[in-house]
Structure formats: structure tokens, C-alpha cells
Design a protein around this ligand. Structure first.
Ligand code: ZN
Length: 244
């Protein structure tokens, strides 16, 4: 069994849940974040306080949680023109993908993570990519990630594995997973201290957390929380964010 993992950790709900998942499984866990010229760097500013809160939450996690890495990928902002990196309204494009899609982002993130993991002697990468409840980003799909995992194993001659614990969970089930991993204190931490909103709004604290409440990311998070709170979280319901 693998003993160490590198978690792609942005400071959002999904990556924080993945981090808790990894801390429950691996003896040593390191974290990696990217600064790629996001329109809103709210998430990035929340990463370090979140890491410190996770350490406070659980003595075993405190022991397991190792180094944090933050890498500059500003070249991504330079070569992509999307609603996440430019001041543009969120909209659907002709190809059926929202303009929040940053082409190649996850492929690049995971490839860089693999290079870092190689250097750090880590053989598992954990990411919050998910097929179930998302906007259909092609680089979040299991098929894309399995292909990338094979390419990395071949190209780096390693046994590196890519774990995606949220792949088949909807948002309600992701809240439930946090509850299973860290109980009410972890759910409360994710509610108040993680960030999801595409518009970078913190503002009011809703029952599901901070955010504008109307962008696709907020809607998904809020609906998931309501379903979770109502006790109807289920695995892989096949629900998908409707376009627009
Ligand atoms: Zn929002």
C-alpha cells in the first residue's frame, strides 16, 4: 500500500474534502496549489488558514500533513481566454462547454503534480475531479484522467497512481463524505472557510458557505448542501449541471 500522497489543493470545497480523504489514508500528505492568474485569488488566500485549521481538527492529521507547495502557472492565464482568467461574463459556448473551461488546465496541473511527486518520492496524486455534478469539463472525466495516468506512468517510468475520490459523487455526497471523514467540525470548516464562487465573492455566510449564490459554482454547492442537509445524498445520481 502507498504511504504518501500529493493532494491538488486549491482551497475549495472539493479539494479540501480530498485532502481530508488523503489524511485519513496516507502516512504522509503534501499539498500543491497553483497560481495561474485566476481572476479571483480568494481561494489561494484561504489555503494556508485551511491547512492550519485541518491540523487543529485532528491530531493524526496534524502529524501526517507535510509540506505545502504553491507553484506559479501564470503562463496558463496568458494563453487561455476564459471567464476564470479574464473579466468576462460566464456563458455557454458553441461547443456546449461554459467559458469557465480553461483548456488543458487539469492535464497541466496533474502533469506538474506528477513531476513534483516524482521529486518528493510520492507515488499517489489525489485530485477532486468529478464527472457527476459538473459542467462536463472533458478534463474532469474519468476516461481522460485514466489516459493521463497511463501516459505519466509510461513517460516517467513510475507506478504513480491518480486517485479521484469524488469522481462518482454528486455535491450532496461530497458533503456527506466530509461528514464521514471528519464529522461536524470538518463540515463546519468546509462551510465557512472554503471557497467555490466563480465571482470571487465572500460576503454573506449562507447555510452552504460564502458566495454570490447565483453563479453556477454557488448554485451547485448550495443545492448539494440542501440535499445533504435534508439527508438525501446519493452516489452517482447522474445529475449534471444544466447549461447556462
Ligand atoms: Zn458565486
Amino acid at each position: 500500500m502507498s504511504s504518501s500522497a500529493l493532494v491538488l489543493f486549491s482551497g475549495g470545497q472539493d479539494s479540501t474534502t480530498c485532502l481530508a480523504w488523503a489524511l485519513s489514508r496516507y502516512a504522509r500528505v503534501e499539498t500543491l496549489g497553483f497560481d495561474y492568474g485566476q481572476r479571483h485569488s480568494v481561494e489561494l488566500s484561504l489555503r494556508l488558514p485551511l491547512l492550519s485549521s485541518l491540523r487543529d481538527l485532528n491530531a493524526e492529521w496534524h502529524q501526517r500533513l507535510g509540506e505545502d507547495h504553491l507553484l506559479d502557472l501564470s503562463l496558463l492565464g496568458k494563453i487561455s481566454d476564459t471567464a476564470l482568467t479574464r473579466d468576462t461574463a460566464i456563458a455557454m459556448q458553441a461547443n456546449g462547454l461554459p467559458n469557465t473551461f480553461v483548456p488543458g488546465r487539469n492535464l497541466l496541473f496533474i502533469t506538474i503534480a506528477a513531476a513534483l511527486a516524482y521529486r518528493r518520492g510520492i507515488d499517489v496524486i489525489v485530485g477532486g475531479m468529478c464527472e457527476t455534478d459538473y459542467s462536463g469539463y472533458p478534463d474532469c472525466r474519468d476516461e481522460s484522467l485514466r489516459a493521463l495516468e497511463s501516459a505519466l506512468q509510461l513517460g516517467m517510468a513510475t507506478t504513480l497512481s491518480l486517485r479521484t475520490p469524488l469522481m462518482w459523487l454528486n455535491k450532496a455526497a461530497t458533503w456527506q463524505l466530509a461528514q464521514d471523514l471528519g464529522g461536524e467540525p470538518l463540515v463546519a470548516l468546509i462551510r465557512t472557510d472554503t471557497h467555490t464562487c466563480y465571482l470571487g465573492e465572500r460576503g454573506l455566510l449562507h447555510d452552504w458557505g460564502h458566495g454570490c449564490g447565483t453563479c453556477p459554482a454557488c448554485e451547485l454547492r448550495a443545492n448539494g448542501y440542501r440535499e445533504y442537509a435534508a439527508g438525501i445524498s446519493t452516489k452517482d445520481t447522474g445529475s449534471r449541471l444544466s447549461p447556462g
